[in-house]
Write a protein that binds this ligand. Structure first.
Ligand code: SAH
Ligand code: SF4
Ligand code: F3S
Length: 461
């Protein structure tokens, strides 16, 4: 009889992609994915450790699962992802009802680990070694998406494609280099093959994924000759059927002129970039080990806007980094006023294990962090609303994400969410020209533009 697996994913897109891979892998061992943990034989938490709160969430969810396990002793509980990598056996000590702990580079082992549990060969399974290598065959096979289960699941129109794992940047606050290991670029041929496969299955939008995509190809030889991220991007963009291409995340330090020019040259590269700046103070940036200055950042923003005047920029900000003074924080506010990001993700600093800043003096009190976060976010909201108001009256191509009754929702090339009413049913992936009629701080509202066929689907499906 088929078994049921419930996977809960926390954290970034890399974890989302890993969860898809895990689901695909477990399907080959007879597990069917379900949305209800109550009906699952296996509950797997794919976890994130980026901030203290993210980790606490995992432990509190595991705590809640204790009763479920008592009620259903046959239930298996597994922990994957960055908390699993970071904590290893400690998870078993704190949470005795957990059966499996599997690190970020060991997910391909899950089927054998489950088989050992099932056969009674072992009572608990732990795999947290790091091999820092894309080349080992099972991993490669998984990343190819060439398992028995179809990938993507029917009807999906946009997909992430992993181009590298790990990170060598060692920003002083960041847990990722320790939870994801060394930076390893995936071979170009494998990436192109996966993209072709996805496009052949009807996928129209591809997002290339890595913690620091701009350093693609630098740390290990990935092809016959040297290859930069811009080279890779051009090759992916040239694959027929890739209608929209995006990538994330870029470190400003490695954003080359060559890459910026891609925004001018490649029609299907969406005019949108997430470019985390973290702080507007050079003193703080130096302590964060970000290796760029505010001036360099502003220069790059100006170049980007020269290459692609319509580009929508988003960023990440940390407030209350150790030693951040009111003046440092004001510099971050000033940077926001200067760049006027379309949107941002902002976080209160928290200490993480195995990071240098955890040992820094001058920790900022919680109330001050909260106050700064609130001030930053309210200024960002104001700016986002002003920026979004600027789209009113424009006709934008919207790729449909969902459509329920007459209410449809989709995204522009700039990655803005647009809600609109459609007189006929639309499918995810359909392209509709929409005139923007209203702006909110987080989304736009529009109506199908008559010239584009009364809001009918202009896509191929
Ligand atoms: N690779 C990406 C970031 C990945 S982590 C990059 O280099 O930009 C996502 C965001 O989490 C970071 O950009 C940062 O803003 C935030 N973050 C990371 N560590 C943090 C910490 N210790 N406390 C608070 N926020 C943190
Ligand atoms: Fe973390 Fe810095 Fe690497 Fe991003 S670039 S994952 S913030 S160490
Ligand atoms: Fe979180 Fe790990 Fe991603 S710490 S942000 S899941 S790389």
């Amino acid at each position: 009889m088929a078994k049921h697996v419930y996977i809960k994913t926390f954290g970034c897109q890399m974890n989302e992609r890993d969860s898809e891979i895990i689901e695909q892998l477990l399907a080959e061992s007879g597990y069917i994915g379900v949305d209800d943990p109550g009906s699952a034989d296996l509950i797997l938490l794919n976890t994130c450790s980026i901030r203290a709160k993210a980790e606490q969430k995992v432990y509190s969810m595991l705590g809640q699962l204790r009763d479920e396990k008592i009620a259903r002793p046959g239930l298996r509980i597994g922990v994957a992802g960055c908390v699993a990598q970071q904590e290893g056996e400690e998870i078993f000590r704190r949470m005795r009802h957990v059966d499996i702990v599997v690190g970020t580079q060991q997910i391909y082992r899950l089927p054998e680990m489950l088989a050992r549990l099932e056969s009674g060969e072992s009572g608990r399974e732990l795999a947290v070694d790091m091999h820092n290598d894309f080349a080992i065959p099972p991993f490669q096979k998984l990343l190819h998406g060439t398992g028995a289960a179809p990938s993507p699941a029917g009807g999906e129109y946009k997909k992430f494609v992993t181009i590298m794992q790990g990170c060598n940047n060692y920003c002083s606050y960041c847990v990722v280099p320790s939870t994801r290991g060394r930076e390893v670029s995936r071979p170009v041929a494998d990436i192109l093959e996966e993209v072709r496969l996805l496009v052949g299955q009807g996928v129209r939008e591809i997002t290339l994924l890595g913690q620091n995509v701009n350093s693609y190809g630098r740390t290990n030889p990935v092809a016959a000759g040297p290859v930069t991220f811009a080279d890779l991007l051009r090759q992916v963009a040239a694959i027929p059927g890739v209608e929209r291409l995006r990538f994330t995340t870029s470190n400003p330090r490695d954003l080359s002129e060559e890459l910026m020019r891609c925004f001018a040259e490649l029609d299907n590269l969406c005019p949108q970039l997430h470019l985390p700046v973290q702080s507007g103070s050079n003193a703080i940036l130096a302590r964060m080990n970000r290796k760029y200055t505010v001036e360099t950042y502003l220069d790059r923003v100006a170049s980007l806007r020269r290459c692609q005047p319509d580009i929508a920029l988003t960023t990440d900000i940390i407030v209350g980094f150790p030693g951040e003074t009111e003046q440092d924080f004001e510099a971050t506010m000033e940077l926001l006023r200067t760049v006027r990001f379309h949107g941002s993700f902002s976080f209160k600093y928290s200490d993480r294990p195995n990071t240098r800043s955890a040992d820094f003096a001058d920790k900022v009190p919680e109330e001050i962090k909260s106050d700064r976060l609130q001030r930053f976010q309210s200024l960002q909201d104001e700016i986002s609303l002003e920026r979004n108001t600027g789209y009113i009256g424009k006709i934008l191509d919207v790729m449909v994400e969902s459509c329920s009754g007459q209410e449809a929702k989709g995204r522009t090339t700039t990655n803005h969410i647009v809600h609109f009413r459609s007189s006929r049913p639309l499918q995810p992936g359909d392209l509709v020209a929409v005139r923007v009629i209203h702006a909110g701080k987080h989304s736009l509202r529009g109506e199908p533009a008559p010239a584009a066929g009364q809001g009918n689907c202009s896509g191929k499906r």
